[in-house]
Design a protein around this ligand. Structure first.
Ligand code: AMP
Length: 183
């Protein structure tokens, strides 16, 4: 019985998608198996732990980031001076995979010409066209990535929203069940 349980938990542990259900299984076994559970190391939802770590890193990065109006890492990506995994590009926008993905699909979409758009709160009426193009590109990217049935577009604006790169960018996130409200 114990062996069967451990083996089924091992299976669950190897499946990223099953992790939330694994935690439910642990709670159930704790109720029903008495002393057996005393020797269990609780199975922690690794994806959640990773998410907390990533969130902490993002907060730390955002606290040190300053909107100087100067060049950012994204300028190097646009200039192809550093590698990136580009998924879509036209004459106005560039879309590439986030280096620290928060979901199976996590794409950043940026304007190739920043034109003062270090963050959304710097937008002026003249930016209307590029803002529309960025949003439209998010739909194209979602279709290309096969997540058009459910995806989220996020713009982090400023330190309180964990913005760490001061070149306006849209996060297109999907490929898993997204939660609401966001953190
Ligand atoms: P934000 O925190 O909203 O400013 O988002 C900035 C995003 O840029 C973060 O999700 C980072 O993981 C991502 N990022 C930073 N450097 C790179 C890079 N070289 N390639 C791809 N994504 C990056």
């Amino acid at each position: 019985m114990a062996a069967a349980l451990v083996s089924s938990l091992s299976l669950l542990r190897t499946s990223r998608l099953a992790l939330p259900y694994a935690t439910r299984s642990i709670a159930f076994s704790h109720l029903s198996l008495g002393s057996l559970t005393a020797s269990f190391t609780p199975l922690r939802p690794q994806r959640f732990v990773r998410h907390i770590t990533a969130s902490s890193n993002e907060e730390a990065a955002a606290k040190t980031a300053v909107d100087t109006g100067g060049p950012t890492i994204f300028d190097k990506i646009i200039a192809k001076e550093i590698p990136s995994d580009i998924v879509y590009e036209d004459d106005k926008v560039l879309a590439f995979r986030d280096i620290n993905p928060q979901a199976p699909v996590h794409i950043l979409i940026i304007p190739k010409l920043r034109d003062g758009l270090t963050q959304l709160s710097k937008a002026e009426a003249r930016h209307g066209e590029i803002l529309g193009q960025l949003l439209y590109a998010s739909k194209i990217v979602a279709e290309k990535e096969g997540i058009a049935e459910g995806f989220r577009v996020v713009i982090n604006n400023g330190p309180d929203a964990c913005q760490s790169v001061y070149h306006l960018h849209l996060h297109v996130i999907g490929g898993r069940q997204l939660k609401w409200p966001p953190g």
